[in-house]
Ligand binder design. Structure first.
Ligand SMILES: [Zn+2]
Length: 279
């Protein structure tokens, strides 16, 4: 889906932060047609749940991948000299290609050498962004979002209050991905923070103690902040199903959780509360 010539106000609404004068830079940008061609290429991934990885350190520092990982790519459109990638949950990634940026589609099995800014991995195809020096994440549903896990400082009390106001029969892992309760946690940091806090994603909110709830949101904030600062984190459980837990040696498991079946990873040996697993 490509929409051209949308109103200026719409464009401003999608932009976050102080407005900047981009006219000077625009003179050496790819033209709109190049953007539309890129949007057309990216259509192969629309409708798919994608894994999102930022490889280039400057892209990692933006914290975009953490927020988008595991979400469905709902649409890609060219708007002026921007590409707008809309993701499930109301997130919009604005990619401005500037001089040397490019989005390429490669078979999922192909290697992605070097330091791409962003890789979106689908079932059959990967989209690879190189040299995209403008990358911004906005969301259309800010007012409905819970407290941001990457706020400085994060409002843990407000997060706990929202988690407690939710239906307590819900599973913790599923609730952590509900952006209305806590904003910003995706499948990677859900898995890693639950492991840090030693609780299973299958524990219901009712069965989760106050200390455990606090531990898991604090772990998520800490790990995501480190990632945002460019610190490398060796994943303990995420995408490590069938391998030994680095803490207790038990075999890490995985399974779809929640209505949208996004994959959870956990260690049955050292994360409390496996009730409901294996659905
Ligand atoms: Zn373990």
């Amino acid at each position: 889906m490509m929409r051209v010539g949308r109103s200026r106000s719409r464009s401003d609404e999608l932009r976050q932060g102080p407005s900047r004068d981009e006219s000077a830079r625009d003179s050496r940008m790819p033209e709109g047609d190049a953007l539309h061609r890129a949007a057309r290429r990216l259509q192969v991934l629309v409708g798919e749940r994608v894994e999102v990885e930022a490889v280039h350190p400057r892209a990692r520092a933006k914290g975009v991948a953490e927020r988008l990982d595991g979400r469905v790519l709902e649409s890609v459109e060219a708007q002026g000299k921007n590409l707008l990638l809309c993701f499930e949950g109301g997130y919009v990634l604005r990619s401005h290609l500037r001089m040397n940026g490019s989005w390429r589609i490669v078979p999922a099995a192909a290697e992605t050498p070097g330091l791409p800014w962003l890789v979106l991995r689908g079932r059959e195809w990967n989209a690879v962004l190189r040299g995209g020096s403008v990358l911004e994440l906005t969301d259309r549903a800010t007012r409905r979002l819970g407290p941001d896990i990457l706020a400085e400082p994060p409002d843990f009390a407000a997060m706990l209050a929202r988690l407690r106001a939710a239906d307590q029969r819900r599973e913790l892992g599923e609730a952590l991905l509900d952006q209305r309760l806590v904003a910003g946690i995706g499948t990677v940091w859900r898995a890693e923070s639950l492991w840090e806090a030693r609780i299973s994603p299958w524990l219901t909110l009712a069965a989760t103690t106050e200390a455990e709830l606090e531990a898991v949101v604090e772990a998520a904030a800490r790990l995501m902040r480190l990632s945002l600062d460019g610190r490398r984190h060796d994943r303990r459980v995420y995408r490590r199903a069938g391998r030994p837990c680095p803490r207790c040696g038990a075999t890490i498991r995985s399974g779809g959780q929640g209505d949208d079946n996004r994959f959870a990873y956990w260690c049955p040996g050292c994360q409390r509360g496996e009730e409901g697993a294996g659905k």
